[in-house]
Design a protein around this ligand. Structure first.
Ligand SMILES: *Cc1c(COP(=O)(O)O)cnc(C)c1O
Length: 394
């Protein structure tokens, strides 16, 4: 690969390794282990394995390495470690770097499982976690202390689509020596410039836009070679959350088309948000790409686009939201996002069900809130479907 390749070229070619057969498509090395030429060779490989020298599937695999190299090249990271799911990436990034007594500051508005890891798991191992309103820089400043080891946030939060200022929070964190760990799913690798903006570690659920067609679960942790090889890899290879070669092959295929899909989905999300913005049946349309969104200027500066997900607050609460969902003819009710199919989710009763009512209210997870992940369908068909489903709410 050449470093001056543009992202479109890297998405198709970066990280490609060919076997002696010279295959065009990436090979799936579906093997748990690798044969050594001799006992001495095995011994040597356990002392130090070089590039393209593998030991065991949990430690690394050629197909997985191709995915790691390609996504790292696209994101502008030195290195990456692929994981079995997005949550293996989030928990692996944090658990591998933290120890009892460390302090973490996190934005409060998080994907349900991320919140569980920070609130319930890290604290069980003696890590102190302070939650802040991620959009309020004064709260970050007040919470980050000299003993803060890491800050964590979703650059666009799930499901309320708050945008967090990566540059500003990174400056505050770095001033106290803390690492900046970003869950960047909603930004997508297409619009992310997180490393330029100050991130030390970026994690993705590859299940979302990287697969992009809802087939497999996967994730990746991206960062410096030192961090990935000396902090993340020992943790992941011994705890077992590594990506399977088959999944890596699906993800490599996904990366080839990700830029085309995500841009098309973003353009449709923007058009749908604008078409629904003034609808009388909605209390609100939340989409970072709308001029009315409180962080619209920030998202334009940080990403240059609003992303593929919007949310609407249907007037009439849960019953009205359910009536809207049940009347849809194209969008499906499920919980993935970044899929080629438009997917709608009612966070209050599904992904964020376990939260107490007051916490839902403070996070903006209203009873009428519906998250909409825009797919690759024709924009006019989607708008027509949403409008008829809103008409059905009575
Ligand atoms: C989906 C998601 C995850 C978890 O990813 P999985 O692949 O489902 O484990 C983490 N963070 C965010 C923001 C997500 O949307």
């Amino acid at each position: 690969m050449s470093d001056d390749w543009k992202p479109g070229t890297k998405a198709v070619h970066a990280g490609t390794k060919r076997s002696q057969f010279g295959e065009v498509s990436e090979a799936i090395f579906l093997t748990q282990g690798f044969v050594y030429e001799s006992a001495e060779h095995a011994e040597q490989r356990f002392i130090a394995s070089g590039p393209d020298e593998y030991i065991y599937g949990r430690y690394g695999n050629p197909t997985v390495a191709m995915f790691e190299e390609r996504i790292a090249a696209l994101e502008g990271a030195e290195d990456g470690f692929a994981t079995a799911s997005g949550m293996a990436a989030v928990s692996g990034a944090l658990m591998s770097m933290l120890k009892a007594g460390d302090h973490v500051v996190s934005a409060r508005a998080l994907f349900g499982s991320c919140l569980y890891v920070l609130e319930e798991i890290l604290t069980r191992y003696g890590v102190e976690v302070t939650f802040v309103d991620g959009t309020d820089l004064d709260q970050w400043q007040a919470a980050i202390r000299p003993d803060t080891r890491a800050v964590f946030f979703e650059s666009i939060s799930n499901p309320t689509l708050q945008v967090i200022d990566i540059e500003a929070v990174s400056a505050l964190a770095h001033a106290q020596g803390a690492l900046v760990v970003i869950d960047n799913v909603f930004a997508t690798p297409v619009y992310s410039r997180a490393f330029e903006q100050g991130a030390d570690v970026v994690v993705y659920s590859a299940t979302k836009h990287i697969d992009g067609q809802g087939r497999t679960l996967g994730g990746v942790i991206l960062g410096s070679t030192d961090f990935i090889r000396n902090t993340v890899e020992p943790y992941m290879k011994h705890t077992g959350g590594s990506m399977s070669p088959f999944t890596a092959w699906v993800m490599l295929k996904g990366l080839e088309t990700m830029r085309l899909r995500v841009r098309a989905q973003t353009a449709t999300a923007q058009a749908v948000a604008q078409a629904l913005e003034e609808h009388a049946g909605l209390n609100a349309v939340i989409y970072p790409g709308l001029a009315a969104h409180p962080q619209n200027a920030l998202v334009q500066r940080q990403m240059g686009a609003g992303g593929t997900v919007l949310a609407v607050d249907v007037k009439g609460g849960k019953d009205a939201a359910f009536a809207f969902l049940n009347a849809l003819k194209i969008g499906v009710i499920s919980n993935n996002l970044g899929d080629a199919k438009t997917i709608l989710t009612h966070p209050a009763t599904t992904t964020h069900q376990r939260l107490p009512e007051d916490q839902k209210a403070s996070l903006g997870i209203a009873p009428g809130l519906v998250r909409i992940s825009i797919g690759l369908e024709e924009e006019s068909d989607l708008v027509k479907d949403f409008l008829q489903a809103l008409d059905a709410v009575k």
